[in-house]
Design a protein. Sequence first.
Length: 276
Amino acid sequence: MKKLDSASPQTAAARLRKISPLRPTLAVVLGSGFHHALTELRVAKKISYAQIPGFPKPTVSGHAGELYFGHFGATPVLVLSGRAHFYEGHEMERVTFATRTLAAFGITDLLLTNAAGGINRKFCAGDFMVLTDHINFMGVNPLRGPQPKELPRFVDLTEAYDKKLRELLFKAGKITKLKLQRGVYLAVSGPTYETPAEICAYATLGADAVGMSTVPETIAARQHGLRVAAISCITNLAAGISQEHLSHTEVLETAERVKHSGAQLIKNFSELYGKR
Ligand code: HPA
């Protein structure tokens, strides 16, 4: 395991402040299915993660590793294209580093996006699901370890996903003419897809979708008091829900098919956020 470089989120945030005078309060993390949102962004400045101290270098294809200052409509935003996943071998400290940097920068509201497998039998590949809650099945909690200064030790997750931001997502869905699903996201560490028996167990536990990201970022964001909203692109039906075998190719193909809807949804959400 590589040793973390010693940069702190405060150092990274100071670097970001030097890049642009823009001071957005909303940040959007683009996962699979949502990268096309960049075509809707009026870019003010772009920086590679490699130039931000402590930022991860993504290794998954389709995750660029770039941070943008810009506007969706009239709303200033920070957009992160690419994230560090636990399955890449990163420590949780690294997985949550960008989130902590956003908090140090002054972001107050965070929209997380991801690709997920649909467990709920009412879901179809290509649907979008607003997260109402999550189940952390990654086998590790990102807040484990020494208590960071001035942050709570025990974090309340009763409303991990902010009600008002969720309402804004549904409003954005209406404007985009997209029927949004809602449900519970269960996070696994990956990188294998699940067995049908696991999916059966997760359905019993109350999960509607399964994925390999987002939950560590949500938990770190809540520790810093950020409001969080999250949306999944259901890129495939989870193992055993359909007769098909799972592949990353299918995930990418579905993401490609619905990329325009995902992009419009994010843009419309950001515009509503700016006007609220
Ligand atoms: N399982 C876990 N993660 C995923 C899936 C899945 O079926 N699809 C996209 N990300």
